[in-house]
Design a protein around this ligand. Structure first.
Ligand code: ZN
Length: 399
């Protein structure tokens, strides 16, 4: 078979699996499981992959809801991995569309498996749990589960069709202030108000925003504001996330955020406790050569694509760190209108139905087609590899 016949065969295999893929996605949407508790989602995906002839390992290293499904051609060639994510959010359900990501990954693996024996190499569906704040991929990377993979991809449903997608670097800090309890009306002068400290810190950060580079995002919630209004709050807590395009900007911004935190402690006399993570999450290193092929294949499926821009991804993810160790793409495929953002109730609602199903099929097909290009076109494989070698220089230590 020539390359276009191979791509046709893979597409047909994805279409033939459509009912199974939609079933996985629909069940994950109806029965949302949180980070590292995705037992059912793991079982549904693994069952489909086993039925398609894959050798499946359920539970990898310390992560019981991770999985790896492998099909080798028995011939030399690149090992291509399709990543599946499947945790949902508390309250906001599948508002990140991980049910679509998972079904697309399984679909791409089934599509490529159909012709893998003919073209050589190996196809892997890698189940990566705990993406929403859990950093599951970082744990799997530390434990060696990304070793030996030549290229990997996953597709996110979103508001646009963008092959050369981007995500930004991010870090999150837990903040606590400790004050002194006292009767809030009878003897307030004997208390130290930990809520005032937190509010002053938030206001300091708000004032700082004017002086921050435009790509920086600082967003936070108060997780404990006090216990009773008649008691001067002696313990408060918050979570603050800071994001920026690159690690250098993040490294400059973090001390300025920290100055707001320590300043508030000084103003109120409350004691501050916070520990910034040693290694912030890195931005996605999207492989341009791979992304261009994906773009081409997506257009061949009838989707109008557009280049990335500043608005296409001020979000982050745990693919960011691992993309510096394995050539990676994480394209977006349009599922919703431009005014329906991820992490909204409306996006959760959109993650099921016809648009979501079209996303699953197109994502799976375009990924399988790009993997076929990589396996069959040695010059292209070399180009992707050379680009990775040139752009991924000086990666940080593992994890
Ligand atoms: Zn998300």
């Amino acid at each position: 078979m020539n390359v276009s016949a191979l791509k046709k065969a893979a597409q047909q295999a994805v279409d033939a699996a459509a009912a199974t893929l939609f079933d996985i996605s629909n069940k994950m949407h109806a029965d949302v499981e949180l980070s590292f508790e995705e037992v059912k989602a793991q079982a549904w995906q693994c069952a489909a992959l086993k039925a398609a002839g894959f050798a499946v390992e359920e539970g990898l290293g310390s992560l019981k809801t991770a999985f790896r499904a492998t099909m080798s051609s028995g011939k030399p060639g690149p090992r291509v991995a399709f990543l599946c994510e499947y945790d949902g959010l508390p309250v906001y359900g599948q508002s990140c569309g991980h049910n679509v990501v998972a079904a697309a990954g399984v679909g791409a693996a089934i599509g490529l498996a159909k012709i893998i024996k003919e073209i050589g190499g190996e196809v892997i569906a890698l189940g990566t749990p705990g993406e929403e704040g859990g950093g599951g991929k970082n744990i799997m990377h530390r434990e060696g589960f990304f070793e030996g993979i030549d290229a990997m991809m996953l597709v996110y449903p979103g508001m646009d069709n963008i092959a050369h997608s981007r995500t930004v670097g991010a870090t999150r800090v837990q903040v606590e202030y400790f004050g002194k309890a006292a009767h809030a009306a009878a003897r307030p002068e004997l208390g130290i108000n930990a809520l005032d400290a937190l509010l002053l810190a938030f206001n300091g950060i708000s004032a700082l925003r004017q002086q921050l580079p435009s790509d920086v995002r600082v967003h936070s919630i108060i997780t404990k504001g006090g216990t009773l209004p008649q008691v001067v709050p002696d313990h408060t807590a918050a979570m603050i996330t800071v994001r920026a395009n690159d690690a250098e900007t993040l490294a400059k911004v973090i001390p300025r955020i920290d100055a707001c935190l320590t300043g508030a402690a000084q103003m109120t006399g409350a004691r501050l406790e916070r520990t910034w993570p040693e290694k912030p999450g890195r931005e996605l290193l999207s492989n341009f050569a791979l992304a261009q092929r994906f773009d081409h294949n997506l257009q061949a499926l009838g989707r109008v694509t557009r280049p990335r821009d500043e608005l296409s991804g001020a979000w982050s993810g745990d693919t960011g760190n691992v993309s510096w160790f394995v050539p990676t793409i994480q394209p977006q495929i349009a599922m919703t209108a431009r005014d329906v953002p991820p992490h909204s109730h409306e996006f959760h609602a959109a993650s099921i139905g016809l648009a979501a199903e079209a996303c699953i099929l197109d994502s799976a097909k375009a990924m399988a087609m790009t993997a076929i290009d990589l396996i069959c076109d040695e010059a292209f494989a070399r180009e992707a590899k050379a680009e990775f070698a040139a752009t991924s220089v000086m990666p940080p230590a593992r994890g």
